[in-house]
Design a protein around this ligand. Structure first.
Ligand code: ADP
Ligand code: ZN
Length: 725
């Protein structure tokens, strides 16, 4: 069956191979074994129920709390030619009735349901009329009070599940904590289920933290090189959203705001504009993102610090679901930290303790000097096996970017010592720069030996140094007063036993080309941007015509591959990422036309042969080659028919193709599946010798119709195999 699943992956969805754990999980579901799948956002959870749904006779139910996503998911499936529909409160009574009728007709493979809809007696009655093979619970963490969005309705699912005793239960979530995981298994009574936990490392996300200095300038720098890309900018407050949105607009950027203070209608309009590529940037509070399935979000910026790592990871997880490289930038400032601290201080007891712990973990991540994936993965209970990821700011920093700041560090630290560890960085900077501020004079700090020894640097540079010293653990901030305290490390620096190496200015936000090219694929680096834009435009027009988001037609990756390989015919197109049979039929001609015209008018490096070859290789490998290889490895024809979920004749015709390709086949194994007597077999062989083995009809006639076509196919193949094709 798993081979059949691979075929669907290629033919229906247009993907070449499974992502990690998809294959194992699908295989388990196909065996009707309950499964719990934990994968990060963008990991590819949907295919784990969508592919089995196409292989099961009956219906697959998908329970999801995200009503706003159901329409999107059903639209995407329809584009792939998969019959799916949803039932929830957004449908008009007519639409509802129509969907129910379609369900009864038995042709629908996937049914998306809101939990409340599922719980209704009418729905439960309806479903008892149907054969349900798979009961999928998406966002399964909603069942747990320990998860971040508990839904009481989810608790009832255990009961409803019992209505479908023949159905396999599949629970999916992106929340990894063991407590939530246990809850899911316990409440759904799926203790014996297999659990599949994927790595939480999103390897296509570039992680970057910059010191926040002048956030608008920093964000404008960042956006400068990101022409038509879509992205989200998260802010702490509604006010901040409105401000930044206005600033970006004033600077000519295509942006819209989103926060809970806007009218419902405006919110959904803005979200829609973003999804449909009518606007590039959404400036939002954390209220934005839950119902967003847009796969081509190319960047997520945090204008302010997120609440904790879990929230941060969920938010940046909205970038690059399509697997293409995407950037995550966080602007970090000490005052943001204080803001969060302030909110934590309002809490009490256990809640406060947990919040403190979360903040500490976040700060550790933000101030980390080595690969950022190390603390991040550790937080999610994984050990990051490598020392470097090559795709975070720390890893991308050149060794040459670091400088030796030992001398300045000594000045700074001794000034902290002379002022008796009672002051913060701004004050120390004043003393070092010989300021005549009132406070300095009142404290008679103009008499210190460190007064005015730091004139070579601006105040800002001294502040940056203080940050570096905090990161390196040479000073600590007194949590109550904000004054700087010296550590043992500081003593060593002052004695000249240790040096301070680091990067002072961490406010740069513009991307370096190097970061861009170092880790992405050839396709991402070398696709033709002009053709890409043309294809994008076509996609947008088609999407608007159908009233669907552009990515539903083709994701960016598809267009990028088209603008890299320049496929020139249907076969070449089938080798392109995300082009399955249905989309090929629906859109192939239009896109091929644009590509062919472009190639005719421009000189491009032709790669159409490469993609053609790849298409042929994967397409045929899916079928007759795989079957031929398995057969030659000793599998019987009956076994193969079962494994591939097809009839014997299909196996025979695939083996015939395999033979015609010039591959050897063992005739004895084929003959073994014949039920004719040896005498009859000899008779058929004689006939084939006489009239030729190629056409079945003359053989059939010559034998006076005494042997049926199925048997003839077996003997024909055996004959051809014996006589070398
Ligand atoms: P999740 O539900 O885990 O957040 P999705 O199921 O939405 O992730 O998948 C994210 C994206 O990856 C989708 O655009 C999907 O089509 C694509 N995808 C999933 N599996 C594969 C695969 N095996 N090969 C290529 N693309 C895939
Ligand atoms: Zn790294």
């Amino acid at each position: 069956m798993i081979i059949k699943a691979k075929e669907i992956l290629k033919e229906t969805f247009g993907y070449d191979s499974f992502r990690p754990l998809q294959e194992d999980a699908i295989s388990n579901v196909l065996k009707k074994k309950d499964s719990l799948v934990i994968m990060p956002t963008g990991g590819g959870k949907s295919l784990i129920y969508q592919i089995p749904a196409l292989l099961f006779d009956g219906l697959t139910i998908v329970v999801s709390p995200l009503i706003s996503l159901m329409k999107d998911q059903v639209e995407q499936l329809e584009q792939f030619g998969v019959p799916a529909l949803f039932l929830n409160s957004t449908l008009t009574p007519e639409q509802y009735r129509e969907n129910v009728n379609r369900l009864r007709s038995g042709r629908v493979k996937l049914l998306y349901l809101a939990p409340e809809t599922l719980m209704m007696d009418s729905t439960r009655n309806l479903l008892t009329e149907l054969k349900v093979d798979c009961f999928t619970i998406d966002e399964a963490h909603c069942i747990s009070e320990w998860g971040h969005d508990f839904r009481p309705e989810y608790r009832q699912l255990a009961k409803v599940r019992k209505d479908f005793s023949d159905a396999v239960c599949l629970a999916l979530t992106a929340t990894a904590t063991p407590r939530v995981r246990d809850d899911i298994q316990q409440i759904l009574e799926m203790q014996d289920s297999a659990t599949f936990v994927a790595s939480f490392d999103r390897t296509n996300l570039l992680l970057k933290v910059a010191d926040k200095k002048n956030p608008l300038e920093q964000i404008l720098d960042f956006l400068y090189t990101r022409g038509g890309q879509s992205g989200i900018i998260y802010c702490f407050s509604r006010r901040q959203v409105d401000e930044l949105y206005a600033d970006l607009k004033a600077n000519g950027h295509s942006a819209l705001p989103y926060h809970a203070g806007l009218a419902e209608q405006e919110r959904s309009r803005n979200q829609d504009a973003f999804i449909r590529d009518n606007v590039r940037i959404i400036v939002a509070t954390v209220a934005f993102g839950m119902g967003i399935n847009k796969p081509d979000v190319r960047f997520v910026i945090h204008h302010d610090m997120p609440q904790n790592i879990e929230a941060y990871y969920q938010q940046i997880g909205r970038a690059g679901r399509d697997g293409l490289k995407s950037d995550c930038l966080l602007l970090y400032s000490y005052s943001d930290k204080q803001k969060i601290q302030y909110f934590i201080n309002q809490k009490e007891g256990n809640e406060k303790e947990v919040a403190e712990k979360h903040l500490k973990a976040l700060i550790n991540y933000l101030e980390y000097d080595d690969c950022r994936r190390i603390p991040l993965m550790e937080y999610f209970g994984e050990t990051y096996g490598k020392k470097e990821c090559g795709l975070c700011d720390n890893c991308l920093r050149q060794a040459g970017d670091q400088q030796d700041y030992t001398v300045q560090a000594q000045k700074f630290l001794s000034c902290v010592a002379r002022t008796e560890e009672k002051f913060g960085a701004y004050y120390i900077a004043d003393v070092l720069r010989g300021s005549s501020a009132k406070k300095v004079l009142e404290n008679s700090h103009d008499a210190l030996s460190t007064y005015g020894i730091g004139m070579e640097w601006s105040k800002n540079q001294w502040i940056q140094l203080s940050r570096l010293l905090i990161r390196k653990g040479a000073v600590k901030k007194d949590p109550k007063h904000g004054s700087l305290l010296l550590t043992d490390h500081a003593t060593k620096i002052l004695k000249g036993e240790e040096t301070i190496l680091g990067l002072l200015d961490r406010t740069q936000t513009a991307a370096t080309d190097e970061a861009r090219t170092r880790t992405s694929s050839d396709v991402e680096n070398k696709y033709n941007e002009i053709l890409f834009e043309k294809l994008r435009k076509k996609r947008k027009d088609m999407a608007d015509e159908q009233g669907v988001p552009p990515y539903v037609i083709f994701p960016d990756t598809t267009l990028m591959e088209m603008a890299f390989y320049f496929p020139e015919d249907d076969t070449g197109l089938m080798g392109i990422y995300g082009v399955g049979a249905a989309k090929q039929k629906k859109y192939g001609k239009d896109f091929l036309k644009i590509i062919t015209e472009f190639v005719k008018e421009n000189e491009v490096e032709s790669r159409s042969k490469v993609i053609r070859k790849k298409a042929i290789k994967t397409a045929s490998k899916q079928k007759h080659e795989m079957i031929g290889e398995e057969y030659n490895a000793g599998k019987s024809i009956g076994h193969l028919a079962e494994k591939f979920g097809v009839k014997t004749v299909t196996i025979l015709s695939n083996l015939k193709k395999y033979l015609e390709d010039g591959n050897p086949l063992d005739a004895a194994g084929i003959l073994a599946s014949s039920s004719l007597s040896e005498r009859k077999i000899d008779e058929v062989n004689e006939t084939m010798k006489k009239v030729g083995p190629e056409l079945l009809k003359p053989i059939y006639e010559d034998l006076d119709k005494s042997v049926d076509y199925n048997e003839l196919r077996i003997l024909q193949l055996a004959y051809l195999a014996q006589n070398g094709g």
